[in-house]
Design a protein around this ligand. Structure first.
Ligand code: SAH
Length: 289
């Protein structure tokens, strides 16, 4: 392989790392005492970015969340320490502070800390909070964006989150606030009126209440909805339903967390665009042949 030619946005060809050499890019070297706040995508390890792989190959410690899968963790450098930082119920805000403190502590000990989060760290992932703690502590960091479940997860179900014929607006919202209740900060009537497509994270638990608010805001009960569980993973499951029937269909169809829920006409495109279903059908045919 030739020497890496590409440059990082800071304008320096900053490294000679393994993945960088492989693809011919100057990807950054992971300096001791730094934290890289990294998105791991929705699940399929193929959706990792080159920066994420570069981080995995150099990190001393991986501090990872519940939604980061074993295959991704298995890409860590041999000898890297793995620390689980997922929430185990209880008090999320306290726990979050503990995680931030832990990351700062590891960095101060001179570790290269890869903080791995599902999807994108800055999308309903508290990445901003952790980054602010790093700023406060004077710990240098990078942010490595990832593919968010609300975009890539839907794509694996054959559902584009925008489509020219149906919507030029999309809303991403969370069905949970920090206390675990349906967020009061959401103006549901405005969302219902103003956003033809609504993409909901963490919304399965409160789906009944969310349905009520969207119907009260004027959405039609026959509007198409899809619930995508374990998106981009081998056990991905898609329940196609309507706003009016979603709660009952979710239960009957075996929808489980983590799930993305999408409301709007874009859901109908899945009839034609379910590429993963087609790939799987072809593989099954080959296996039968
Ligand atoms: N930062 C993440 C979101 C974290 S919040 C991102 O950008 O994707 C956790 C929620 O994300 C879950 O409750 C679920 O709604 C969604 N989610 C994450 N991974 C998912 C997956 N593989 N399939 C379906 N939903 C997923």
């Amino acid at each position: 392989m030739s020497a890496p030619q590409g440059t990082t946005p800071e304008g320096t060809a900053s490294s000679d790392t393994a993945i960088g050499r492989e693809v011919g890019l100057a990807l950054p070297r992971f300096e001791p005492g730094w934290v890289w706040l990294c998105g791991a995508g929705p699940g399929d390890p193929g959706l990792l970015t080159l920066h994420a792989v570069n981080g995995l190959q150099q990190a001393d410690v991986l501090v990872y969340d519940a939604l980061v899968g074993p295959e991704v963790l298995g890409m860590a450098r041999p000898g890297a320490e793995l620390e689980y930082a997922g929430k185990r119920g209880g008090k999320p805000s306290l726990k979050q502070q503990d995680i931030s403190l832990r990351i700062v502590e590891l960095a101060r000990r001179g570790k290269r800390v890869l903080r791995l989060k599902g999807g994108d760290p800055f999308v309903f992932g508290r990445g901003g909070e952790e980054a602010l703690s790093l700023v406060e502590a004077g710990v240098p960091f990078r942010v490595l964006p990832g593919i968010s479940a609300g975009i890539g997860g839907l794509a694996y179900a054959g559902i584009p989150c925008t489509h020219r014929d149906t919507n030029s607006v999309v809303t991403f919202l969370t069905g949970h606030d920090a206390t675990g209740a349906t967020p009061d900060g959401i103006d549901w009537a405005s969302v219902a009126r103003g956003s033809p497509v609504v993409v909901m994270y963490m919304a399965l638990k409160h789906l009944d209440e969310i349905r009520g608010r969207l119907l009260a805001g004027g959405r039609r009960p026959d509007e198409p909805m899809a619930i995508v569980s374990h998106a981009s993973l081998p056990d991905q499951r898609v329940v196609e339903t309507t706003l009016g029937a979603c709660v009952e269909d979710a239960a009957a169809g075996g929808a489980v967390a983590p799930a993305m829920i999408v409301l709007g006409e874009v859901v109908r495109l899945r009839q034609a665009l379910d590429w993963l279903g087609a790939v799987q059908a072809r593989a099954a045919e080959r296996a039968d042949a």
